[in-house]
Design a protein around this ligand. Structure first.
Ligand SMILES: O=C(O)C(=O)C[C@]1(C(=O)O)C=C[C@@H](O)C=C1
Length: 300
């Protein structure tokens, strides 16, 4: 949890600080994906009712859903979701057993939670892609042992390990995407007058243009590719990295898959959160309060 940061840092809305948190979360996400890529797809764990033992106990959701509910219930008791950068995937969570920490209120009150979209693209696009290699490996092992049956190739039975890592990756992606709220608040406070007319006219495209920084995205994707290729390397017992020419075959993770996850899912969803947040940024303020906010900085 990053909660401490909010209590200790001098300027929690500095864009550099926020971007450095996003940079650290890249590492968490890449390492999580490397862990998950060891196991097969195990599609059953994402399908409600596919694990008979769960159904017998009256649990209707998928294995992953069950993991999320149990893990989040425990974390809620330890006040995880009282932190402004933590968003649960499940609802009806228990109250914390300890009082909430005294977080400074940085964000404007809002109801944005993008976890449904995160869960959906993670299950539909990310897991099948990053587990392809493990699936092929399992297929060849099964074939060499004379065990055939196409459907079994994608299932190694490691449901607990796979779901444990899935939860960790989902939480990291969720934190990353919801950090868009801090980015948005920072950009808004820097120049409210630029945003207010478009918030008032509910102009999503104009708001998206204002928050989008193509150069930041371009550099991020380059950095991510380098990080993923580096962390994906195998090392010899002597500590020598196996040469780059072999990375494609020996890599622990599909580097293009990691870049694609950011390019097609994480960054666009972060932008969406930023815009959604801005659209709620004036809710509850009077006309006079908004007009005051909209005054160009020099005249305030
Ligand atoms: O760093 C920013 O300014 C952000 O808004 C975050 C982010 C991202 O998701 O990494 C999203 C949109 C911008 O175009 C650039 C980067």
């Amino acid at each position: 949890m990053l909660s401490q940061n909010f209590m200790l840092v001098k300027d929690p809305l500095s864009l550099d600080r926020i971007r450095s948190v996003l940079g650290r979360l890249e590492d968490t996400i890449i390492f999580g994906l490397i862990e998950r890529a060891q196991f097969s797809h195990n599609a059953k764990i994402y399908i409600p009712g596919a694990i008979p033992e769960l159904k017998q106990r009256g649990i209707e959701g998928s294995w992953l859903q069950w993991f999320l509910e149990e893990i989040e219930a425990f974390h809620a008791k330890a006040r995880r979701y009282t932190s402004p950068d933590e968003y649960p995937f499940t609802s009806n969570l228990p109250d914390p057993i300890v009082p909430s920490l005294d977080f400074p209120s940085i964000l404007y009150p809002n109801t944005i939670n993008a976890n449904k979209s995160i869960l959906s693209f993670y299950i539909r696009s990310i897991v099948p892609r990053i587990t392809q290699k493990a699936t092929i490996l399992l297929a060849s092992l099964k074939r060499s042992n004379g065990i055939m049956g196409d459907d079994e190739y994608e299932d190694d039975g490691n449901y607990g390990s796979a779901a444990t890592i899935d939860v960790e990756i989902l939480q990291a992606i969720s934190k990353r995407v919801h950090y868009g709220k801090f980015v948005s608040e920072s950009k808004f406070r820097d120049d409210p007058a630029a945003f207010i007319p478009h918030i008032r006219s509910r102009n999503r495209e104009a708001l998206e243009m204002l928050i989008t920084k193509p150069e930041v995205e371009r550099k991020l994707l380059l950095r991510l590719r380098k990080k993923a290729a580096t962390y994906a390397q195998e090392f010899t017992p002597d500590g020598e990295a196996i040469s780059n020419s072999h990375v494609a075959t020996s890599a622990k993770i599909d580097v293009d898959g990691v870049v694609g996850l950011y390019e097609h899912h994480i960054i666009p969803l972060t932008r969406e959160v930023e815009v959604d947040y801005l659209l709620q940024r004036l809710d509850g303020l009077s006309e006079v309060e908004v007009d005051n906010l909209a005054q160009p900085k020099s005249t305030q």
